[in-house]
Design a protein around this ligand. Structure first.
Ligand code: C2E
Ligand code: MG
Ligand code: MG
Ligand code: MG
Length: 292
């Protein structure tokens, strides 16, 4: 079959492309089946107020409990679905799971905020707000102020008028917003002025390198300054060590999230972890470091 004529080469190439399309299709089908089978779940990563030494909430992060491959992260399966309506179904599921957790956690931690990552395609749908309203109505005991939506700074740039309008409608329900991966999306200050997000999340790539790369240090410092100027709160992600935390506090950022505090964990571990964290000395020491 594999005669090396030009014609056959072309055929081979076509078949290869076709194969790729099929693989994509198959992978989407697998994700859809996983969703139906209840194999998609959420892990939670704590957010810490370093100065107070107190956990202020959690970020919900999607995981696939794969029967053969174990726990699979979202970067391995979201890219094949995020440009299809499957991401909307997954997003609604994620919101329900997070709200169900809040129903439980609310009793012992009424001040917590749980944040959920929302894909641009989901968020920008014309029916996003009515769908969200209906989902919230399924959890009448959860105050909407305990829910925060994280949207990528880059996706907020698509159609700022539309994005702003949806944000305002959600905020009228009591929900808050964070701009995720802030600093990577090329947004100008005039955009930030028009986006009513309460929180800026400094992208982890800048945080991770800020102790060794002066440009990243200046970037982190600039985002903190921007947050202050625009009266937003600011949280750093990718805080892997106590040194990162101490540097952030010197720069004026007191909220942090990262492996240095905790890796994302199953929902069932969260309350025990939080109870034990209060006695972890490292971050309390960091919180007491002098600020110059
Ligand atoms: P993100 O929202 O920026 O989340 C932060 C990612 O960095 C998470 O990866 C988290 O596990 C990881 N991380 C946290 N702290 C550290 C650290 O100190 N060091 C390092 N190296 N990494 C850290 P994860 O869970 O693999 O999620 C990746 C991305 O997938 C998320 O980035 C978010 O954009 C997306 N994602 C996650 N869950 C969902 C979801 O439910 N829906 C949608 N639409 N997207 C999601
Ligand atoms: Mg996020
Ligand atoms: Mg992020
Ligand atoms: Mg990210």
């Amino acid at each position: 079959q594999a005669k090396l004529t030009g014609r056959n080469k072309v055929h081979y190439f076509d078949a290869h492309l076709d194969e790729e399309v099929r693989t994509h299709h198959n992978r989407r089908t697998e994700v859809r089946a996983a969703l139906r089978a209840g194999e998609l779940c959420l892990f939670y990563q704590p957010k810490l107020d370093m100065r107070a030494g107190r956990i202020i909430g959690m970020e919900a992060l999607l995981r696939w409990r794969h029967p053969l491959r174990g726990i699979v992260g979202p970067m391995e399966f979201l890219p094949v679905v995020e440009h299809t309506d499957l991401i909307v179904e997954i997003g609604d599921m994620v919101l329900r799971h997070a709200l169900r957790q809040l129903e439980i956690w609310r009793a012992s931690h009424p001040g917590w905020v749980v944040s959920v990552n929302i894909a641009a395609r989901h968020f920008q749908r014309t029916d996003f707000v009515p769908r969200l309203t209906a989902i919230l109505a399924e959890f009448p005991t959860v105050p909407p102020r305990m829910l925060e939506l994280e949207i990528l700074e880059s996706s907020a740039l698509a159609d700022i008028g539309h994005v702003r309008a949806i944000m305002l409608e959600c905020q009228a329900l009591g929900i808050r917003f964070a701009l995720d991966d802030f600093g990577t999306g090329y947004s100008s200050m005039s955009y930030l002025k028009r986006l009513p997000a309460e929180v800026l999340k400094i992208d982890q790539s800048f945080v991770r390198n800020m102790l060794v790369d002066r440009d990243d240090l200046h970037l982190v410092s600039a985002v903190i300054g921007l947050a202050r100027a625009f009266n937003r709160s600011v949280i750093a992600e990718g805080v892997e060590t106590v040194e990162h935390g101490a540097q952030l506090m010197r720069l004026g950022c007191e909220l942090a999230q990262g492996y240095g505090i905790a890796r994302p964990m199953p929902a069932d571990d969260v309350l025990d972890w939080t109870a034990n964290f209060a006695s972890t000395p490292a971050w309390q020491r960091a919180a007491l470091l002098p600020i110059d």
